[in-house]
Design a protein around this ligand. Structure first.
Ligand code: CP3
Length: 346
């Protein structure tokens, strides 16, 4: 296997001190990059995901064009419900639509825990091809949605601000909900283990809707399952948990043994560090909308973010995905400022 030359991200996740902070951006592949938007005119969303050659090209674009220290495979969290037997459509300017959502116990009959090598083999092929094409320039990140966030889409059937139908399902039919969460978890474990075998150095679990749950529900409906996934990845890949808005549970996330924890911009780095403890790397937490500020403002704000995280392992990132309307120059300014930063104690 090729040795990774720029292994700043890997060393930071192992808790080592590095010469500078590694940087990448959630959702960095696609959306705001002109070369991606050109491909978008020719191929549908799932064609882009399922064709390893296209997926790998899109994955490498931000490495070459923006200079990030890691590549994240181009795919989507919703390929898992798709592999479990649900229809998933991606509607332009509207987002995902699952026309036949799970509403009751008997609907679980429609689902399978698939052989991931059959149904998601295209993701493994894309990872293998990307690993070759990267030639060890930077590490490769794989990912999956957390079981709770996938349940949100599988039950609600579409995006939502509150995911009220998904929550009502869990609160009124808890046994069915837990059975579904366990089926998603079993699929996700096989899927992420397959990603590691295909060359992913790191895997990130995206719990984008973790923050919709209070601390006890988060433990019951999300953490329990994330814990199983992190345990199953031990010695297979480095792991990052990103549970947006669920800062109250950083201590239990750290206790899973995950190597990194993502945080959003609504928590101060010092407080996140207190909750997470000294060991694991914290990842974040620039407000993605701040990339719409003038470049000098971006530079100044990135430096104060880096100051606030200094002293402990940190991966510079946004607090959620990059917005589609961010100018590429602004994304570059974010990355360059991290790369040029020197900590100067006051
Ligand atoms: O760096 C990357 O962009 C890697 C690829 C990636 C995509 N989706 C591609 C995508 C990743 C890591 C995701 C994760 C994802 N998908 C999440 C978790 C992260 C987050 O943002 O909270 C979620 C909740 C989804 C579900 C999803 N997929 C939504 C809500 C949407 C529509 C709105 C949007 O984000 O654009 C998608 C579509 C999607 N997934 C696009 C891309 C590039 C845009 C559609 C397109 O380009 O045609």
């Amino acid at each position: 296997m090729t040795q990774v030359k720029n292994d700043l991200l890997l060393r930071t996740l192992r808790g080592e001190r590095t010469e500078r902070t590694p940087v990448w951006m959630m959702r960095q592949a696609g959306r705001y990059l002109p070369d991606y938007l050109k491909l978008k005119e020719k191929y549908s969303f799932f064609e882009r995901c399922q064709n390893p050659d296209l997926a790998s090209e899109i994955t490498i674009q931000p490495v070459e064009q923006v200079g990030v220290d890691a590549a994240i495979i181009f795919s989507d969290i919703l390929v898992v419900p798709q592999a479990m037997g649900m229809e998933v459509q991606m509607i332009e300017n509207k987002g995902p639509l699952l026309p036949d959502p799970i509403k009751q116990f008997s609907d679980l009959d429609k689902l399978v825990v698939p052989d991931v090598h059959e149904s998601l083999g295209y993701v493994f092929d894309a990872l293998k091809l990307t690993k070759q094409r990267l030639e060890g320039r930077v590490p490769l990140i794989g990912f999956a949605g957390a079981p709770w966030t996938l349940l949100c889409y599988m039950v609600q059937g579409k995006g939502s601000k509150t995911f009220d139908e998904a929550k009502a399902f869990c609160y009124t039919q808890p046994e069915t909900a837990h059975r579904l969460l366990q089926q998603i978890t079993d699929t996700t474990i096989a899927y992420l283990q397959g990603q590691a075998a295909a060359g992913a150095d790191v895997v990130q679990i995206f719990d984008s809707w973790g923050g919709l749950l209070g601390p006890e529900d988060f433990e019951n409906l999300s953490m329990r399952y994330i814990r199983q996934i992190v345990a199953a990845m031990k010695n297979k890949a480095l792991t990052i948990i990103f549970a947006k808005g669920a800062w109250h549970s950083l201590d239990s996330m750290a206790a899973t043994g995950a190597h990194g924890l993502g945080i959003d911009w609504c928590i101060r780095p010092g407080m996140a560090r207190q909750l997470a403890g000294p060991q694991c790397a914290l990842q974040g937490n620039f407000d993605p909308a701040k990339l719409l500020s003038p470049i000098p403002v971006i530079r100044k704000e990135v430096k104060s973010m880096l100051d606030a995280f200094s002293g402990y392992p940190h991966i510079a990132n946004l607090g959620h995905g990059i917005l589609p309307n961010v100018p590429v120059d602004h994304a570059r300014a974010f990355v360059e400022t991290v790369k040029n930063y020197q900590y100067e104690p006051a």
